[in-house]
Ligand binder design. Sequence first.
Ligand SMILES: Cc1ncc(COP(=O)(O)O)c(C=O)c1O
Length: 421
Amino acid sequence: MKYSQMTKSQISAELEKELQKYKEFLDMKLSLNMARGKPGADQLALSEEMYSGIPSPFSEDGTDCRNYGGLDGISEARRLFGTILEAPAENVIVCGNSSLNLMYDAIARAMIYGSYKGATPWIKQDKIKFLCPVPGYDRHFAITESFGIEMINIPMTPEGPDMDMVEKYVQGDPTVKGIWCVPKYSNPDGYTYSDETVRRFANLKPAADDFRIFWDNAYVVHDLYDEGDKLLSIYNEAKKVGNENIFLMFASTSKVTFPGSGISAVVSGKENIDFINSILTVQTIGFDKMNMLRHVEFLKDFDSLKAHMKRHADILRPKFETVLTAFESELSSLPNTHWTSPRGGYFITLYLEKGCASRTFDLCKEAGVTLTNAGAPFPYGKDPDDSVLRIAPTFPPVEELKIAVQVLTCAAKIATLEKMI
Ligand SMILES: Cc1ncc(COP(=O)(O)O)c(C=O)c1O
């Protein structure tokens, strides 16, 4: 029976029943974690072969990868990322572990040196604002917050950010300097931007000439099903209109091989790439080229990378389905409660009745189930409706996940019923 059709006494009885169940969970003294989007141990094992060494320390053009040099990465790694990210290899710089580090550097560079050669550094401008599609990735927001950049919430839709709002801000306000985007299997909704959204981004005519789109393509090859979502290439669309310096695209192999020792890449138009290289020359003698060699040796080409990602998907699919099946059977009767069913990426978003997310989080915590903080997917950690929870089903084994999700659905019911009384 739908909760909305229940009488007051039926609601009280239902709450009593759920509280009883919750007490049993408390007695189990659980310690389960669905907080961060990490690959599980079985996923890490898929890339174990990478330890077995590389036949030669020389890259295809004869660069000795043990030595200095090769600031923008070895050519075979640039080509591989170029194929994955649909851009020419010369527009790719391959860097070290963690694309988040590249995003931080990109913002720091714009703050200190400006967005392009000769631009006024952001730090010397009165006000800097960033658009933040919400819910979004907490670590993006942490970067902009740490630099004192004002963040503006932009609602997400299944097609991507609300583009009318994006265009209004970007084209009307010169203090808006950037936007965070996760265009494929967004964190945390798992939405993929529609072709129209990508085109509208590629065609933006910002009021600020130092505005950049931060296109974090973290889940570009992370499909859960054979037929994955298709994302239009921002490089191609922007190139068509001579706007390829408007975006900085980022990606990494963190969830392809190892989050602790992957390789990452930044892709953009030639002007941006030259500018980044001019600063990198001062910043570093180069990234870990031996690790780039190891990655190309192991991943080989795009086809074999896709086959490797299918092995990840085989591990992840049952985990996503465990959560979605439990939501379907346990949460369908709750008012204003719905969730996303992503076809890739690392997260599911649970939308609860307004005012119920923190209470659900707290109940889970008390019962030993750690979730991502309620509010985390919003700038400054503030969910205006207190209704969103990011669910990360990838790390716990399925058996643990089954229990964790039972606790979660029980907690969500208690929070909602309490609100209804
Ligand atoms: C959208 C998004 N971008 C970036 C990252 C981190 O990437 P990396 O490991 O390359 O720093 C994550 C990790 O969860 C993510 O969800």
